[in-house]
Design a binder for this molecule. Structure first.
Ligand code: SAH
Length: 396
C-alpha cells in the first residue's frame, strides 16, 4: 500500500522475516521520523523491499508494531473486521462462545492485533488499548466489536500504566453500546462468577487460569486448601466444587475478598471457607509459626518480575512463597504455584520451585504443569505472548 515508507538499517529486517511484529527504534534508519502516533507506515528493508505495514509509536522504544506482513494489505475497518472475525472463530472452535460464559476474545499479538485485548463477559466486554496503533483505530474497533451479534456493550479498561510508554493517558469508561451492569455474571464449567468490569483488576476476571481452575477442581477432594492471592475466589469455588473440606483465602484486597465471599455463596458454599485479609508473605509466616497444615496450597501472586531490573528480587519472592507453601503441607499434600511474569521461563520456575522444596526439606515431584488457557494462545513467532506457568507438585 501507499503508506509512508520507513527504512530499516541493514541487517535489521531479520526479526520481521521471522514474523516477529516488533521494531525497536535502534533498528530504524530514521527513528525520529515525524509520523503521527499510530499512523500506518510501510516497513522496508535497507534495500527498499517492502516487508510489512505497521503502527508507528513515536513515544515508545518499541517504535513500530506490525499489523500485516503482507505489504499490500490495506489497514482499514475491513482489515480489523477480518482479524476480529478470525479471533472470534477460534474461540467458537474452543467452545468458548456460550452466551452465559466468558473468554478472552482478542489477545493482542497472538491474534494479529498488537496492543488490543478484549475479554468477553456474557453479552458484555472489556477492551484494553495499549498501543498507539490500536488507539488510533479505537473508534473503528469499538464499532466493529458492537457488530458482533453476541455483544451488547463494551467497556474500556485502558487504565494501565503501560500506556504511559506509548505516550497515552490512562482511560476507563463506556466505549460502545449499552451501559454495562454493575456486575456481570458468567458461568464457567457450571460454576458462576460475578465480575465487576468497571473496578476489578485487569478486566475483572482471570480467564487465563481457566485450565488451572479445572486442575485444582479435579485434585481438591478431601483436602484442606490454602488459597493465597485469592482475588475473587476463582480457585476457592473450584476447590469446593471439587470436594475440598475447607478453604482459607488470603488476599491483601478487602473488596476482592468481599467478592470472593459473594461468589462462594452464589455457588452454594455458605460455609467451609474463611477469608483472611492481609499481606500474603506475613500471613504465610504466621501460619507456619503457628504450626498450621494444609493438603493443597495454591500460590498465584501478581507479576513479581515487572521488568528485567526486578528479576532477582522477583525470583526470590517466588522462592520464598514456594518454600513457605511447602512447609505448610502435610505429607501427601500438593503445592500449586504460579508465575505470570513473562520474564520467568518455565525452566527457571521449576528450578526455583526445586530450590524451595530443598530449603523446606521436602521431597516433591511435579504431577501437572499448567499454563494460560487456550484463549490466550502463544504465537510461535512471538514467544513473549507466553507468560503463565504453574506447577502442581506432590509432597512426600
Ligand atoms: N488467583 C486469583 C488471581 C490472583 S491476582 C484468581 O484465581 O483469580 C493477584 C492477587 O494478589 C490480587 O487479588 C491482589 O489483591 C493480591 N495481592 C497482591 N499483593 C499481595 C500481597 N502482598 N499479599 C496478599 N495479596 C496480594
Amino acid at each position: 500500500m501507499n503508506y509512508p515508507r520507513c527504512q530499516l538499517l541493514p541487517g535489521r529486517e531479520k526479526s520481521l522475516l521471522r514474523r516477529h511484529p516488533w521494531v525497536f527504534s535502534g533498528a530504524l534508519a530514521e527513528p525520529d521520523a515525524a509520523f503521527a502516533p499510530g499512523e500506518t507506515v510501510l516497513l522496508c528493508a535497507a534495500d527498499g523491499t517492502p516487508l510489512a505495514s505497521a503502527a508507528w509509536s513515536p513515544e515508545s522504544q518499541l517504535r513500530a508494531r506490525v499489523w500485516s506482513f503482507d505489504p499490500e494489505e490495506v489497514i482499514d475497518a475491513d482489515f480489523f473486521r477480518a482479524r476480529i472475525a478470525r479471533a472470534t472463530a477460534w474461540r467458537r472452535m474452543l467452545g468458548l462462545l456460550d452466551p452465559a460464559g466468558g473468554c478472552r476474545l482478542i489477545y493482542s499479538e497472538s491474534d494479529g492485533l498488537p496492543g488490543l485485548i478484549v475479554d468477553r463477559y456474557g453479552e458484555f466486554a472489556a477492551a484494553q488499548f495499549t498501543g498507539a496503533g490500536a488507539e488510533r483505530f479505537r473508534d473503528t474497533i469499538a464499532g466493529l466489536l458492537l457488530e458482533l451479534p453476541f455483544l451488547r456493550g463494551v467497556y474500556e479498561r485502558s487504565d494501565v500504566p503501560v500506556r504511559g510508554k506509548e505516550g497515552l493517558a490512562e482511560r476507563r469508561g463506556m466505549l460502545a453500546g449499552e451501559n454495562i451492569p454493575a456486575e456481570v455474571e458468567i458461568v464457567e464449567e457450571g460454576l458462576t462468577f460475578a465480575v465487576d468490569l468497571r473496578h476489578g483488576q485487569k478486566t475483572g476476571f482471570y480467564f487465563d487460569l481457566r485450565s488451572a481452575r479445572s486442575v485444582v477442581r479435579r485434585r481438591a477432594a478431601g483436602r484442606r486448601v490454602l488459597n493465597v492471592f485469592a482475588y475473587t475466589g476463582g480457585f476457592a469455588v473450584a476447590a469446593l466444587a471439587g470436594g475440598a473440606v475447607s478453604v482459607l483465602n488470603v488476599d491483601s484486597s478487602a473488596p476482592a475478598l468481599a467478592r470472593a465471599e459473594k461468589n462462594l455463596r452464589r455457588n452454594g458454599f455458605a460455609s467451609g471457607w474463611e477469608n483472611c485479609c492481609g499481606d500474603a508473605f506475613r500471613i504465610l509466616r504466621e501460619l507456619d509459626g503457628a504450626g498450621e497444615k494444609f493438603d493443597l496450597v495454591i500460590l498465584d501472586p501478581p507479576k513479581l518480575i515487572p521488568g528485567k531490573a526486578a528479576l532477582l528480587r522477583g525470583c526470590r519472592g517466588y522462592q520464598d512463597l514456594a518454600r513457605l507453601g511447602f512447609r505448610l503441607l502435610d505429607p501427601g499434600g500438593m503445592l500449586a504455584n504460579f508465575s505470570c511474569s513473562g520474564l520467568m521461563t518455565a525452566e527457571l520456575f521449576q528450578k526455583i520451585t526445586a530450590d524451595a522444596a530443598l530449603e523446606a526439606g521436602r521431597d516433591a515431584a511435579v504431577i501437572a504443569r499448567m499454563e494460560q488457557a487456550p484463549d490466550h494462545p502463544t504465537a510461535l513467532a512471538v514467544p513473549e505472548t507466553f507468560y503463565l506457568k504453574g506447577l502442581l507438585s506432590r509432597v512426600e
